[in-house]
Design a protein around this ligand. Structure first.
Ligand SMILES: N[C@@H](CCC(=O)N[C@@H](CS)C(=O)NCC(=O)O)C(=O)O
Length: 233
């Protein structure tokens, strides 16, 4: 049996960050699937492996430990699999990038579809999206990232910040042509970085599996359909 069970819907979206860290670390995991997730979400809180509102939720069977909230899961994997940077500032920056990524996907889906995109709303949002993208470009610039080489937080090898960055932007850009164009123009060095990182075998294999398992799906539901209309399918 694999070491981990991941509870996340059959779409990439927020769960893909956890899948990417697991894949990058060379770990196997079982996907619980939509039915089990629904069952767990509606179970009494006292019986949940960890109190949670919505997935992702990860169970580490070897440690008999369960954790929810995407950044907390990534931190747990980073700590236990020895993937976090060596210094406190770089560890804090790593988690800042993970939390920024979580904020971006909330904003791109209007907080999980609480309202729907219209052309006007999207046009109004694009400067803010560019501002988000520029955070990655500026963070990379401050750590020596160029279009040709380097990593988001410097160093000699990719870290969790790079894996999460690549997952955030390639998953989105590969599915929404307008976002891809804005990203290439606004954040060229980050765009080059995410292509380099996504080409690493573990992440390339995961992206291929997502295509096979989920097709073109990004976050699913009506909000994905609305996003496709404004941001290109
Ligand atoms: N802050 C949580 C958000 C969790 C969340 O919103 N999960 C979504 C899927 S991405 C869900 O299915 N939520 C169901 C619900 O909140 O009822 C995290 O970062 O993990």
């Amino acid at each position: 049996m694999p070491d981990y069970t991941l509870y996340y819907w059959s779409v990439p979206f927020r769960g893909q960050f956890v899948r990417a860290v697991l894949a990058w670390a060379g770990k196997d995991w079982r996907e619980a699937g939509d039915g089990e997730i629904e069952k767990l979400m509606t179970a009494p809180v006292e019986t949940m492996p960890v109190p949670f509102m919505g997935p992702p939720l990860l169970i580490d069977h070897a440690d008999d430990f369960a954790i929810a909230e995407m950044p907390a899961i990534v931190l747990y994997l980073g700590e236990t699999l020895d993937l976090m940077p060596a210094t406190a500032p770089l560890r804090a920056l790593t988690m800042k990038v993970v939390n920024d990524a979580n904020d971006v996907i909330d904003e791109i889906t209007l907080q999980g579809g609480q309202s729907m995109w219209t052309d006007a709303k999207w046009r109004e949002f694009v400067p803010r999206l560019r501002k988000w993208m520029s955070f990655w470009e500026e963070t990379g610039r401050r750590h020596g990232l160029t279009c040709e080489a380097g990593f988001l937080l410097g160093g000699e090898a990719p870290g969790i910040a790079d894996v999460v960055t690549a997952t955030l932007w390639t998953t989105m850009a590969d599915r929404f042509s307008e976002i891809a164009a804005i990203f290439d123009e606004t954040a060229p060095a980050t765009s080059a970085l995410v292509r380099r990182i996504s080409d690493l075998p573990a992440l390339a294999g995961l992206a291929e599996k997502a295509r096979k398992d989920y097709g073109d799906a990004y976050c699913g539901g009506q909000i994905e359909a609305a996003l496709r209309k404004v941001a290109g399918g």
